[in-house]
Design a binder for this molecule. Structure first.
Ligand code: AFP
Length: 326
């Protein structure tokens, strides 16, 4: 099986980007080890701090964030990083060609129960004006030069795209190498599986409630077939399942909080996952527009997400036709 760097060279990826992806793979091995140690290394539980999102930080959130910052900002190819766990951007080499936005440990609420978590990353080109401030990151997701995630599950997997399709690598713990295990990921066009946090049903727009209610009616309803539901409460794991066997994943608009009607972040959750899904033949949408077309106005901006199997996302969007915000 092919290793990471030869695979990237086969795809004619430029050496600077290869170096950044290799830095991410080094972080992945260390985080994988720490996640795997859990209580044995005293890294479970929460800190006394909150992040910019107002969320209590888990010890592993902070550790993973620090590790990614340290290793990425050592690189002369990284101009700056933006993180879910950082209020603002952290600048690096003035000559760095790339920006890296990341969620260091997505699914933190799963850490203490030994469920799946992951690191999500998005790599953007440093803009020509190279302002050195957060505005550098405010680029539509279509500008990403690479995006992906590391999933810390029974197997540690590195999944990413550099714009030439989606590849999956599995960490061989015996030699500490990521080996290519899927060279061309394709999302099935149709599915019988959906992923949503059903406890928010009463807060959704009526059009989204009707779409989900029709899924639940199964073959007795207008869809004419039965559906199954999965919810891992870690986007990285739910999207991995969609890439592996199809499905529809959504975290739609809800009226719980008028200040925060959306849950998922654009820069380091929506955009990287949207690039992967589109590269694998699926659709990634907000209900109003393709996620990759959004012009960001803040590095921690949140959005509605509907992504997965092309024909099922299209069916969902038909229900939402004309609704203000899905
Ligand atoms: P945490 O990282 O705070 O656990 O949040 C994970 C997440 O941002 C995303 O990965 C999940 O899909 C979603 O939140 C889960 O949200 P619920 O807690 O509403 O299930």
């Amino acid at each position: 099986m092919q290793r990471l760097i030869p695979t990237l060279r086969n795809d004619q990826v430029d050496e600077a980007l290869i170096s950044v992806l290799n830095s991410l793979s080094i972080c992945a091995k260390e985080i994988s080890f720490r996640v795997g140690q859990g209580d044995l290394a005293g890294v479970l539980g929460s800190t006394l701090d909150e992040n910019i999102q107002g969320e209590t930080q888990k010890k592993l959130d902070v550790l993973s964030n620090q590790l990614l910052k340290d290793i990425l900002l050592e690189s002369t190819h990284v101009r700056a990083v933006a993180s879910e766990e950082e209020d603002g951007i952290v600048t690096g080499a003035a000559e760095g060609q790339y920006l890296v936005a990341f969620d260091p440990l997505d699914g933190s609420s799963n850490i203490d129960i030994n469920s799946m978590v992951g690191t999500i990353f998005s790599i953007l080109p440093t803009p020509a004006d190279n302002s050195g401030d957060a505005s550098m990151f405010l680029q539509p997701g279509r500008q990403q030069v690479a995006a992906g995630y590391i999933l810390y599950g029974p197997r540690t997997m590195l999944v990413f795209t550099t714009g030439r399709g989606v590849k999956m690598f599995t960490l061989d713990q015996t030699v500490g190498e990521f080996l290519l295990t899927d060279a061309d990921v394709q999302i099935p066009l149709d599915t019988e599986e959906f992923a949503i946090n059903m406890s928010n049903h009463r807060h959704w727009r009526p059009e989204m409630r009707r779409y989900i209610d029709d899924l639940l009616l199964g073959k007795d309803g207008p869809r004419g077939k039965n559906f199954n539901m999965r919810w891992i409460a870690a986007m990285v794991a739910d999207v991995h399942r969609v890439l592996c066997r199809g499905g529809l994943f959504t975290y739609p608009w809800d009226g719980r909080s008028h200040s925060k009607p959306y849950k998922l972040r654009l820069l380091y959750e929506g955009n990287p996952m949207a690039l992967l899904v589109e590269q694998a033949g699926g659709i990634a949408h907000t209900g109003q527009e393709a996620i990759l077309d959004i012009q960001p106005d803040d590095i921690h901006q949140r959005i509605s997400v509907i992504l997965g199997s092309k024909n099922e996302v299209a069916a969902c969007l038909n229900y939402l036709e004309g609704s203000q915000t899905a």
